[in-house]
Design a protein around this ligand. Structure first.
Ligand code: GLY
Ligand code: MN
Ligand code: MN
Length: 436
């Protein structure tokens, strides 16, 4: 669990980056309707969660550096015994102070009366405009309210600044406490992939492997999959975001599983591809080995002070060379890299930041150049080869093979830590696990 002192440190760090005479406003996620009067499971907004740990909807965090009556102000739902019988426990403003460390807390219903007073005479408002359109409208209303009182000496903020730049740069660097949770999320997810490999056999359906995976997540107390689990057998493995998961697992085909859990707010993101019958065919093995070589080469290039793009470039080189050797690409390797010919088979990038969000926040470029990696960053490395089932330019034996291998890598001062090493990826290790 993230400790209350860590939440406190995050708020202090953010406030230390804010300009003088400023205020930051961050809203909780809304509840979303799934069907008529039922909702999707509630998932807190990552920025709000990062700064408060407060798990309820209908809440707003206000940070006011230097405010005498307290810098950390929380608006939240009032206690309501009748509603709590139906919908569950609410902290209420008193609980927000006692258990979440707010200096001052108010019922969310009072925000119209209170927030204009907090905004008044502030120079700068840090706020993510456009993320919550309903709240945008309220905020505009409060600003107009202050403007309308200009004759009484009230002055509205002069500047709106996007909060994301400050906050997302903080979130990009994981603390020791966050890395501990990410290790746990990764190891639960690795166990889940091992379970699916062990359970796989011809005749099952894709959703049955999804159930094996998500069973392991749930049994470990991981609240959700971090994204919709992808289980694609045969040519379905060539659809990058395939989530139908209704197809059959056929003898002689591969199955690609891209699935990771969210554990205490932190995502894992793992892909493994393995043969439904437990043995790679020569063609499957040949393409698989290229993807694995590309992934290992890329992980070998991830290090502090290396460039974000080094891993991607490594995967492009190894995949292009491998495809040329097998005859799927024709021409010289440097020219094929230069022309982007590999994109017919490898059409995505090699990875992304990972954290509270599966595609986590943080800039990839600084001043228009790929940024340097630093300890505390966590990223995925996930090359793939996908041969479309109807690709007329390659021999039939290659068609409909889709392969991706994805691991989660933390950058440390000593090198890298592969968080997801608990699930095999060498051909012989996968075949051994599936045979046993
Ligand atoms: N599972 C989404 C991704 O790998 O980026
Ligand atoms: Mn990924
Ligand atoms: Mn993935």
């Amino acid at each position: 669990m993230i400790s209350s002192s860590e939440y406190d440190r995050r708020r202090r760090d953010l406030m230390s980056l804010m300009a003088e005479d400023s205020i930051a406003i961050i809203t909780a996620a809304p509840e979303r309707t799934r069907s008529r009067d039922t909702h999707f499971p509630f998932r807190q907004d990552s920025d709000f969660q990062y700064l408060t740990g407060f798990p309820e909807p209908e809440a707003a965090l206000v940070l006011i550096p230097g405010r005498e009556q307290g810098e950390f102000v929380l608006f939240c739902r009032d206690r309501d015994p009748a509603r709590e019988i139906w919908d569950g426990y609410r902290a209420g403003p008193a609980g927000a102070c006692e258990r979440y460390g707010a200096d001052d807390a108010f019922p969310i219903g009072d925000i119209d009366e209170i927030l204009p007073g907090l905004l008044e005479d502030k120079q700068r408002v840090y706020y993510a405009v456009g993320k919550d359109q309903e709240f945008d409208r309220h905020l505009t209303g409060w600003i107009n309210d202050i403007r309308s009182r200009a004759r009484t000496g009230a002055s509205p903020p002069a500047e709106f600044v996007d909060l994301d730049h400050l906050l997302h740069e903080m979130r990009l660097f994981k603390s020791a406490g966050e890395l501990k949770l990410m290790r746990e999320s990764a190891s639960i997810s690795a166990r889940a992939h091992c379970r699916a490999m062990g359970a796989c056999r011809p005749g099952l359906r894709e959703y049955q492997l999804q159930a094996e995976i998500e069973h392991e997540f749930a049994m470990a107390g991981a609240s959700f999959p971090a994204y919709s689990s992808i289980v694609g057998a045969g040519a379905n493995g060539c659809i990058l975001h395939y989530v139908e998961n209704g197809g059959s697992l056929r003898d002689g085909e591969l199955v690609l599983i891209d699935a990771g859990c969210e554990y205490q707010g932190y995502a894992a993101d793992i892909t493994r591809t393995f043969p439904v019958n437990g043995r790679f065919s020569p063609e499957q093995g040949a393409l698989y080995q290229i993807v694995l070589d590309a992934q290992l080469e890329a992980i070998g290039r991830v290090r502090a002070n290396g460039y974000w793009n080094d891993a991607h470039d490594a995967t492009v080189e190894v995949i292009t060379r491998g495809l040329a050797q097998l005859g799927l690409l024709k021409g010289s390797v440097p020219e094929l890299v230069e022309s982007g010919a590999y994109r017919e088979f490898y059409m995505h990038r090699a990875g992304h930041w990972l954290g509270m969000d599966v595609h986590d926040v943080g800039a990839y470029k600084v001043d228009h150049s790929w940024r340097l990696l630093e300890p505390g960053m966590v990223m995925t490395v996930e090359p793939g080869i996908y041969v479309a089932p109807d690709n007329p330019r390659v021999a039939k034996k290659w068609r409909g093979i889709g392969i991706r291998i994805e691991d989660d890598v933390a950058i440390t001062s000593a090198g890298v830590e592969v968080l997801t090493s608990g699930v095999p990826k060498e051909i012989k290790d996968i075949e051994r696990l599936m045979a046993g």
